[in-house]
Design a protein around this ligand. Sequence first.
Ligand SMILES: Nc1ncnc2c1ncn2[C@@H]1O[C@H](COP(=O)(O)OP(=O)(O)OP(=O)(O)O)[C@@H](O)[C@H]1O
Length: 244
Amino acid sequence: MPRISDTPRILVEDVHKHFKLRHTHSIKETFVAAMRRKQLTSEFQALDGVSFDIGEGEAVALMGFNGSGKSTMLKLISGVLRPDEGRILTRGRIAGLIEVGAGFHPDLSGRENVYLNAAILGMSKQETKEQFDSIVEFSEIEKFIDTEVKHYSSGMFLRLAFSVAIHTHVDILLIDEILSVGDEPFQKKCLARIRELHSQGKTLVVVSHDLNMVSDLCERGILLQDGKIRFDGPSKDAVERMRA
Ligand SMILES: Nc1ncnc2c1ncn2[C@@H]1O[C@H](COP(=O)(O)OP(=O)(O)OP(=O)(O)O)[C@@H](O)[C@H]1O
């Protein structure tokens, strides 16, 4: 679905993000390196002046090879990380499926985590209560819903996290490679649900190395290389550039 309105849902303006890389592993090494006046850390530019905007109802794939800055970009949009320079504005409720199980408390049961996660995503207790059966049914982990989530497999985490996210009233859904954790039938079910949300006008930003899947799901592709945008246009063309 193309953009529905001209007011962007996500605005990224000249964003820079760097990380400090440590070159020592222990206190002893740090001490020796400091005595020899060796550099203890160096700066790594993960994103280097990235700008784009994403309109309401767009589905955009962030593409690029390993280490190109895709996940960092998604974390910045979700607010998990802050840019060092530039700014990011978002409009509407965001649900980020970025790290499997992030936001889940290991000592709480699946049921308690559903309420906790839904509250984080802005749902009231009553709203969650009304959606609870449907959340659990979609996740297909009914049997384990009262088990502490520290005993869950990564696939079970994903099922519950994904199910909560798609049952909340979000405007923007951020998805990072997360579908690869689920088994094939669940992946298909999630994809069908994501397409449905897209057809309802939700904005999607997807990171995946499954180029066929993302170019099929998303009409636009932003190709990152060494923290810079190399291409922004039709996703099929972005894939061609990656494969060239
Ligand atoms: N917390 C961190 N500390 C130091 N370096 C980091 C940190 N997070 C990311 N980086 C570095 O930033 C670069 C971009 O990482 P990012 O995870 O955004 O890449 P990516 O495009 O998502 O890669 P992949 O396809 O492998 O998931 C990488 O070189 C990574 O090592």
